[in-house]
Design a protein around this ligand. Structure first.
Ligand SMILES: [Zn+2]
Length: 309
């Protein structure tokens, strides 16, 4: 969904709340998050009791020993937010649709958010939801490349700082993954390959002339290499163009939108970029991201709508 579609679908905060409620209880039966009781009543707050940051209503658990008061956002990443939910929804759409990412400053401007800190926090919480858990191992043709973020250091091999070295892996016609690496040693290559590739399902691994790649992969018989040093970029089906095109988007995003990324957060930014890249043609990316913010496992849109029917 793009921002225009979000605006059309969610006119008010109450619409967003309803959407979250449907996601949280897809069968339509609201359950108390504390005791699981299904006897829940909706209580309207009197106008006098509606504070600035309080919703106009809440659910009250009917279990006598519990009597928990809650709303659909209770206990989720939206919990206790001072921002209207519609601002959240717009921010999610902006982050998903901006190919090169969007900075907190830009979010602040686009959404008219009062303070930079608020925008930064919002940016980070949505990024948190874009952190993928265990990912399936890669197979088929896998391209692997390494890059240093921040172009200045190129050409000074001896002085390279390892702090911004990133390994990129991309299954051809498939997902990409970025991993912050401490160095470009054979050991590091070995570890990253072992953690991300399914040996039996790998057909070929494509790299450039990295000596580490050679030493790790030479025994497998599956290694194919392009020799950039002699100006060779494609030799039949041997190339690393898929991972390089993903890298170039990452680099332009990190240089363009973010002046300085704290190294502490680098992997989170890398995850955001791969999350977005891997869903660039997925019409359910928005709903999946909202579900993640609610702390629930992703549910395909089809399943959700069929459960409601
Ligand atoms: Zn309860």
């Amino acid at each position: 969904m793009n921002v225009r579609e979000i605006t059309a679908k969610f006119a008010q905060d109450e619409d967003c709340l309803k959407y979250i409620q449907e996601m949280r209880w897809p069968d339509g039966i609201v359950r108390c998050p504390q005791c699981g009781c299904k006897e829940v009543t909706r209580v309207e707050r009197t106008v006098a009791k509606r504070g600035k940051n309080r919703r106009g209503w809440f659910f009250l658990c009917g279990e006598k020993t519990c009597r928990n008061q809650f709303t659909p956002t209770s206990g989720t990443l939206f919990h206790d937010t001072h921002l209207p939910l519609i601002v959240w929804f717009h921010a999610i759409a902006l982050m998903l649709n901006a190919k090169k990412g969007i900075s907190a400053v830009q979010l602040q401007r686009d959404l008219g958010i009062g303070g930079y800190k608020t925008a930064w926090y919002l940016n980070h919480r949505i990024r948190e939801a874009m952190r993928e858990g265990a990912l399936p191992l890669m197979g088929g043709i896998v391209e692997i490349d390494e890059t240093y973020l921040g172009g200045k250091q190129r050409g000074h091999e001896g002085k390279l700082k390892n702090k911004d070295l990133v390994m990129g892996l991309r299954q051809r016609q498939g997902p990409v993954r970025y991993i912050k690496a401490n160095d470009r040693s054979a050991q590091t290559w070995q570890r990253i390959i072992a953690q991300n590739l399914k040996d039996a399902e790998v057909q070929y691994v494509m790299t450039d002339e990295s000596s580490s790649a050679r030493s790790v992969l030479k025994h497998t018989g599956k290694h194919r290499m392009v020799r950039h040093s002699i100006g060779e970029y494609v030799r039949g089906f041997v190339h690393t163009n898929s991972v390089e095109s993903a890298f170039s988007l990452l680099k332009r995003g990190l240089i363009g939108s973010f002046h300085q990324i704290s190294i502490k957060h680098l992997q989170k930014y890398l995850n955001e970029f791969s999350y977005r890249f891997n869903r660039r043609n997925d019409p359910d990316a928005f709903i999946e991201t909202v579900r993640r913010l609610c702390g629930f496992p992703p549910l395909p849109f089809d399943t959700l709508t069929s459960e409601q029917a």
